[in-house]
Design a protein around this ligand. Sequence first.
Ligand code: FAD
Length: 404
Amino acid sequence: MRKPKVVVLGAGYGGIMTTVNLQKKLGVSEADITLVNKNDYHYETTWLHEVSAGTLHHDRSRVPVKNLINTSKVNFVQDTVVDVKTEEKRVILENSELEYDYLVVALGYESETFGIKGLKEHAFSIANINSARLIREHIDYVFATYNNEVEKRDELLTIVVGGAGFTGIELVGELANRVPQLCKEFDIPREKVRVICVEAAPTALPGFDPELVEYAVTQLERKGVEFKIGTAIKEATEEGIIVAKDDQVEEIKAATVIWAAGVRGSYLIEKAGFENMRGRVKVDPQLRAPGLDNVFIVGDCSLMINPETERPYPPTAQIAMQQGETCAHNLAVLVRGQGEMQEFKPDLKGTVCSLGHDDAIGVVFGRKLFGSSASFMKKVVDNRALYLQGGAGLVMKKGKFNFF
Ligand code: FAD
């Protein structure tokens, strides 16, 4: 009998968790499992703000896919997905094509600029390892340039972060720690450097506990971060950004603008013709695309409504990883034609937002944390994610142990 072909697209949190769980559940004789990823490595997306700020080397945040999967059970294809033809059960890659019986789409997120003029052209975004490295290299370059020009341009030392949501705050936390090192390295007076965080909502970290938000903002301001809250970015230009608060319009000259205020699902979701909202597909409780019993969508390309808030769950690694486990279970049921599929129910343990490697805020199992206890918890969360992906060996190799 022909073995069913299972194809998983993307080796991020959702794709890797699906694959490592599936390889445990199915024997070699039961299915042909193929994992496709653009690069030959998986990266910890949740660490990319550190890579961008230059507080963590990019190699620390990536791991060869072959170290995570069992290559005697899973065929790994390094290639870029360019289209999915669901009617023909085919995936088009840059260099080849694959047929499938069951498909898992786990292609992650892209930056969403909401049509703000000039952002795509003039702002950086944290999209993957290479875009994070570009931000780091760019900051190093403009800081190095400063003292090599006859006329000193202060805008070279101004970094604007668009968005004081989770990613924006984690990024400014790292930048606040990196700036003193940069100043020392490039002979720059600290007071010349500006790190400005611009947020359109009336508060930083909208939706987070107000007491913790106040702690975060105070701590970051103490390290020199300037906040412009209730202020919208209207345009990004070659010189910097134009912002508006009420009727007041201001131009901020900055050589570095990083957009961290919005994500959407992969453009391939739209291209493949799935019903979607900004690249996210509203999946059924078993994580399948509407009307397609053999296509699962996990991670940031999927959308599920939280019945308590009646709003979509935010796209997080926590949910992507849990979806991977459910998806693997459901795939094994379909492949074997026995057992019962599970409905996906997120088990939300909490949220921890770092403010640099030495400080954080969070709510974990309903308890508020801040300072060193939250920072400790953040590292526990990061190490646990490594453990689920690659076991104790991966934790020992890549884990974060600088607890205090
Ligand atoms: P990803 O992990 O992004 O993986 C997608 C994979 O698909 C990648 O390997 C990519 O290379 C591959 N891929 C993409 N396109 C193609 C293609 N065309 N062909 C082949 N391969 C392709 N969430 C939390 O829960 N906690 C946090 O603390 C947290 N911190 C974050 C900090 C930052 C700076 C950022 C940016 C995000 C953070 N998130 C956090 C959100 C979290 O990282 C995402 O929700 C999570 O990565 C989504 O997982 P995924 O599997 O959908 O996609």
